[in-house]
Write a protein that binds this ligand. Structure first.
Ligand SMILES: [Zn+2]
Length: 279
């Protein structure tokens, strides 16, 4: 089933590109926080991640305070996902579901703005959230304040959704999970970056196949040229071997299926390019 897809930038941060590409100078670039706004024919508005939100700026949690210092971000007035949806005439209650690629703050920061949405995520991601020691929370970049109190009662695990074989052309990614059982949003496991990390495969109403790849690569050039991050960025990668294998799979997919729009959540170039095609 085809869906309407729009891309929202809900905040951004700036860092030296070399941190994630392992090459080049110390020139800062902007890393946007992408939200995929999906308009489903029967389920209404579904979000893929939420970007930054005010819960992150207000949290007094030690991990939140360190995060804001190490990875300072910008969320301009009106830039949070909830405000951009409101400007487009969509109220919070109209968001029926939020698909979370993983639980990092720049992906879940706006969760509390959507109290009625069902939340789709992987069981492995939730197990990560159960960790309580400060060391493991810091390494997994998990901030409990960002998750609404009723978070666990609104969950649907993607592992419990119908499993589907991906189209032969997707080769390297064989098995997915059909979130709504109608092929409108297929989970593509992209392990490594964080526990239970995944992307979703969509087909837009213009027949464009899209892989919203979350943080499987920070920038498109990372999988195109197989560029690896510097050590400070690697520290926050959950399973580096799996991350490299996922990067290679994206590399191979881009070679065999250049028609698929692979969109990392923080790659301005990939976002701009898809935005152009979606208009
Ligand atoms: Zn992440």
């Amino acid at each position: 089933m085809r869906v309407k897809l729009e891309l929202i930038i809900a905040g951004s941060c700036r860092h030296p590109a070399c941190m994630v590409t392992g090459k080049g100078g110390l020139k800062n670039i902007t890393f946007p926080a992408l939200v995929g706004r999906i308009t489903h024919p029967t389920r209404g508005t579904i979000l893929f991640d939420t970007g930054y939100g005010k819960a992150l700026s207000e949290s007094k949690d030690l991990v939140a305070r360190c995060y804001r210092r190490i990875l300072p971000y910008r969320l301009a007035p009106g830039e949070a996902c909830i405000h951009q949806l409101a400007a487009a005439g969509i109220s919070a209650s109209e968001v029926s579901g939020i698909i979370l690629s993983h639980l990092h703050p720049d992906h879940v920061g706006g969760l509390e703005d959507f109290p009625q949405a069902k939340i789709y995520l992987s069981r492995a991601a939730l197990e990560g959230l159960a960790t309580r020691t400060l060391f493991s929370r810091s390494r997994l970049v998990l901030i409990p304040d960002l998750f609404p109190r009723d978070f666990s009662s609104r969950l649907q695990f993607v592992e419990d959704c119908p499993r589907v074989s991906l189209d032969h052309a997707w080769g390297v990614f064989e098995i997915g999970a059909d979130i709504f059982g109608d092929s409108s949003a297929i989970v593509v496991p992209l392990p490594g970056h964080a526990p239970g990390h995944f992307g979703i495969k969509l087909k837009t109403i213009k027949d464009q196949e899209v892989l919203l790849a979350a943080d499987a690569a920070w920038l498109s050039c990372c999988y195109k040229e197989m560029l690896e991050p510097l050590l400070p960025a690697r520290v926050f990668i959950h399973d580096y071997q799996a991350y490299r294998q996922t990067l290679l799979k994206l590399h191979n997919l881009s070679k065999t299926r250049p028609d698929i729009a692979i969109v990392p959540s923080h790659c301005s170039e990939a976002i701009r390019s898809l935005q152009h095609d979606l208009v």
